[in-house]
Ligand binder design. Structure first.
Ligand SMILES: [Zn+2]
Length: 504
């Protein structure tokens, strides 16, 4: 143990000596990168084209294939050494239009169509009874009631907007809806036989005391991914989940769900956070409410699609690669502007800037638009498979898939983190100060499985607003800030330069 430690200490010191400090010219070089991104950047206008000319990019859709052609043409209009497609089959699931659930609740009917005194009485009940999840129940309930004012419907069956989870089976349900706050409550009621032939709302809310919102997402995402698997064995016929968001609004958020072959496949969808609070409130007063649910989605046979790649050849180690990228596909609810149009534009722009300012990389620098990250990872798996087949070595891979918000820093594997920290005084003026241990991402993960020495990196932008728009109809170009996007692209470019200098 001790000799292992000494060996590593010596190795570490020798790395320190070889890669001691940034060069004197690095500070000017970083300034040049940021100037190019902020004064003459291409990321924002290209993202605008992607979002508005192409739009949502669900794997396997005609629109996505049109988008891939656009991406090849767009990248080919720059003077990169090569631009090419990497074909792969992808799954094909489609939503088939907006779905609604209709609910019957005497309290709700009173709230929307009763006499003034009935409405006042119902409102009073709302004020008296606290929501399990919200400090301000009246507000949440009112968001839903306000939304209803703009809808036309039969007052005894009131609509709720749904978004099907990606991969869900379609189906219908008519019967009682039971609200459960988390998996423990689901198991407790399920074991008692209380959920047989019912529908459930899984209503676990984000923990708002987490400073980094990805932690809240991490603990709630299981209800989306495994909700149908958890519930079906108890005889549950359909599931709706509370959307995974910090924001209290009327936009339901989609995302992938899983099934197991041995467990019956039941439909699963999401309701908005404000709707989930309203339903939870009605349930707390009235108990199970009657619902009529119809989900129209379906899965079609797989289809041929592709990753899109642009690269600049390395002048020292052409078969040693530094890859950077994000995913080209998106969910169909919005335009995939933050998730992950921003990520692919960060990396395209980083490659463009390196070329524009005349940098000659030691390694081959590759920008990858991976396909099918959201519901299958087929692009990432094909990329790793072909890399191995072609005897390539990935010295590092960076993924940007946390939105186009102000860059704060990077999460990195330890060997690279150790060296990048030598640059922290040069990075701080650009607001890049969080250099943390970690790294990784869905699309670059398979590279690490092939080669444990590959250094994985994730761009870490500010996370406070990401889940407001994540997988929702609000993930549109208008919600991306030009400067924040450009700063992200420059940050990626600087990180790629450091990797190219520091790694062999
Ligand atoms: Zn993403």
């Amino acid at each position: 143990m001790k000799s292992w430690f000494s060996f590593n200490l010596i190795l570490g010191l020798s790395i320190l000596q070889v890669h001691a400090q940034p060069k004197d010219t690095d500070s000017l070089f970083f300034r040049k990168i940021f100037n190019e991104a902020l004064l003459r950047g291409h990321s924002y206008s290209r993202l605008g084209e992607l979002c508005k000319k192409i739009g949502p990019r669900l794997s396997g859709s005609d629109q996505t294939e049109k988008g891939i052609d656009w991406a090849v043409d767009m990248l080919s209009s720059y003077d990169f050494d090569s631009v090419y497609k990497q074909p792969t089959m992808v799954p094909r699931w489609q939503r088939n239009g907006r779905s609604y659930m209709y609910i019957k609740s005497p309290l709700l009917t009173k709230l929307i169509s009763g006499t003034d005194s009935q409405k006042a009485k119902a409102n009073l009940e709302i004020n008296k009874k606290a929501f399990p999840h919200s400090p301000n129940p009246e507000y949440e309930c009112k968001s839903y009631l306000k939304w209803l004012e703009g809808q036309s419907f039969d007052k005894t069956q009131v609509p709720v907007t749904l978004t099907a989870m990606g991969g869900s089976v379609g189906g219908t349900f008519m019967g009682d809806l039971v609200v459960v706050r988390n998996k423990q409550e689901l198991d407790s009621l399920g074991t008692k036989g209380y959920l047989k032939d019912k529908m459930i709302l899984l209503n676990r809310a984000f923990e708002e005391d987490n400073i980094k919102t990805f932690f809240s997402y991490g603990s709630c995402v299981t209800q989306r991914v495994y909700g149908a698997i958890w519930a079906a064995p108890y005889g549950v016929k359909a599931v709706v989940i509370r959307s995974l968001s910090n924001s209290c609004d009327m936009h339901p958020h989609t995302g992938v769900t899983y099934y197991e072959d041995s467990i019956i496949k039941i439909p699963i969808a999401a309701v908005s956070t404000a709707t989930a609070d309203a339903l939870s409130y009605f349930y707390s007063i009235e108990g199970p409410m009657w619902v009529n649910f119809d989900l129209k989605c379906e899965t079609l046979p797989d289809r041929l699609s592709a990753n899109v790649i642009a690269e600049i050849k390395g002048n020292q180690f052409s078969n040693r690669i530094i890859a950077m990228g994000g995913h080209f596909d998106s969910w169909d609810e919005g335009e995939g502007a933050h998730d992950d149009g921003a990520g692919i534009m960060h990396c395209f722009e980083a490659l463009r800037i390196l070329k524009k300012i005349g940098y000659k990389p030691r390694h081959t620098i590759r920008c990858v638009f991976w396909i099918n990250e959201e519901n299958g990872m087929r692009g990432a798996l094909k990329y790793a498979e072909l890399s191995e087949l072609n005897n390539e070595t990935h010295v590092a891979a960076l993924e940007s898939d946390r939105g186009g918000f102000t860059p704060r820093g990077f999460a990195m594997d330890s060997a690279l983190l150790f060296r990048t920290r030598n640059y922290q005084d040069l990075l701080r003026p650009y607001g890049i100060s969080e250099l943390e241990f970690g790294g990784g991402g869905v699309d670059i993960g398979p590279l690490k499985k092939q080669n444990k020495n590959t250094q994985l990196v994730a761009l870490v932008p500010d996370s406070q607003r990401y889940f407001d728009v994540h997988h929702a109809e609000t993930d549109v170009f208008e919600n991306v800030n030009k400067r924040e996007l450009e700063l992200g692209a420059a940050a990626v470019c600087v990180a790629i330069y450091i990797m190219d200098q520091e790694l062999d």
